[in-house]
Design a protein around this ligand. Structure first.
Ligand code: LLP
Length: 421
């Protein structure tokens, strides 16, 4: 049974009616299905069963502690990009030995923190970062486990903001430079080369960019083997597409098959860093229509969720399906709407040109909002960030309460006590 579906004319998540959840937790609220996350994770595990592998969930997609705890309990590793994400993973019970640390700008503090904790690997993005990690590791008397993020120069054919594997991007290290840096790292007593990694982009709908990138990495790994430098793992990053509308999504089974074939006879373990493909379709954003209005022939549905809650449509022109919670709202007139938020920006839209049968007070579900939804939300217009709710069968747990205005102001100085500068 799908995790989100209409039952008796009303949209449900697992065994719960979303109208009840709106009443209990208010709107807007991110609602996640535990079984959908479990299923997506098992799908990966099953597909890669014939190949030594480790799934390192990319925390940036959804970093709620309960979601991390759920994935950790299933054995997942984690791909992190900050000290904050590291702290979250540890708090959620993630194993340090299954953490890879990505990102182009790791700071001294973050590197020291990760070294002392004993993470699995640093995914290094530049020569300066390599030198810095070596220096900090030497000073701490710790050997740093490292991988170089190789930029394989393949076109993932996705949105330019989320393409990362092209030569001109800020990410990774060109192959020729990586060859030199690996040899340099091999000479250091403070560095232990354990892998090679790449990440070429996000929402990649084709198989070829993944296999092209892996082939380039394996060529480099072979060149290094010739020089006596060996890898324990090859990390192909994340980026597996999901279906938002009717675009292709990467069939994980096909990807696994292609990778297993390319890896056959090789000793290395495969690491993967999926984010979106584990959580995007396991979540929705539940919202209520505040007003409907018509301006010179254009209909607007003004909802209580906005670009601060869910920025993907405004930022990437991303398409997300919008479903009414009432399936057959016959008495409502059907019109084409711009579905917009209350924020004072014309770019504050969640969906454009949608035919909907709605009136004010109705509840809507913005689909596929489990990844890069809450994690990219902000307090713009002093709006408190949404509640997050995790559903399992007939149980709903508020895994993050709605932010109050007091929460927002807590870190600011109080003007009534502060007499100035
Ligand atoms: N590994 C690295 C090094 C990454 O930079 C990313 C995503 C991932 C893994 C996970 O990629 P995924 O499997 O989720 O595609 N905010 C954008 C997506 C930005 C992705 C950034 N890096 C969006 O909403 O589409």
């Amino acid at each position: 049974m799908p995790a989100f579906d209409y039952r008796n004319g009303f949209y449900h998540v697992e065994d719960l009616d979303l109208r009840e959840l709106a009443e209990q937790f208010g709107t807007p609220a991110f609602i996640y299905s535990e079984s959908a996350i479990r299923e997506a994770y098992h799908h990966f595990e099953l597909a890669f069963a014939d190949q030594p592998h480790l799934i390192c969930y990319s925390v940036k997609a959804n970093s709620n502690l309960s979601i991390l705890q759920l994935l950790a309990s299933m054995g997942s590793g984690f791909d992190i990009v900050s000290g904050g994400e590291l702290t979250r993973v540890l708090k959620a019970g993630g194993s340090p030995k299954k953490i890879v640390f990505s990102g182009v700008g790791k700071t001294q503090e973050e590197i020291s923190q990760a070294l002392s904790i004993g993470i699995h690997c640093f995914n290094i993005e530049s020569e300066e970062e390599l030198t810095k990690i070596e220096k900090i590791a030497s000073a701490l008397g710790i050997v740093a486990p490292i991988s170089l993020r190789v930029n394989p120069d393949v076109d993932p054919k996705t949105h330019p903001y989320i393409s990362t594997g092209l030569k001109q991007s800020k990410f990774g290290i060109p192959t020729e430079t990586a060859l030199r840096l690996y040899q340099q790292a091999d000479q250091s007593a403070a560095l232990n080369i354990i892998g090679m990694n790449c990440h070429i982009g996000s929402q990649i709908t084709e198989l070829a960019p993944f296999t092209d990138a892996l082939i380039k990495l394996l060529e480099l790994a072979d060149a290094l083997t010739q020089k006596g430098i060996f890898m324990e793992h090859i990390d192909i990053g994340g980026g597996m597409a999901v279906q938002y509308q009717n675009e292709d999504s990467v069939a994980i089974a096909d990807l696994a098959e292609a990778i297993t074939e390319l890896m056959s006879g090789r000793p290395q373990k495969i690491l993967l860093e999926p984010g979106r493909s584990l959580v995007a379709n396991a979540g929705i954003l539940l919202t209520q229509v505040i007003y409907v209005k018509e301006n010179s022939g254009q209909n607007f549905a003004i909802i209580d969720a906005a670009m601060n809650d869910f920025i993907r449509p405004a930022l990437y022109k991303a398409w997300h399906n919008v479903l009414p919670i009432i399936q057959f709202a016959e008495e409502r007139p059907e019109r084409e709407y711009e579905v917009v938020g209350p924020i004072c920006e014309s770019g504050d839209f969640l969906a454009k040109q949608r035919r909907l049968k709605i009136r004010s007070g109705d509840l809507l579900s913005i689909q596929s909002a489990g990844a890069y939804g809450f994690t990219m939300s902000s307090n713009y217009n002093s709006r408190g960030r949404s509640a997050e709710v995790l559903v399992k069968g007939t149980h709903a747990k508020e895994i993050r309460r709605r932010e109050s205005i007091e929460d927002q102001m807590r870190l600011e100085s109080n003007p009534s006590f502060d007499s100035g500068y």
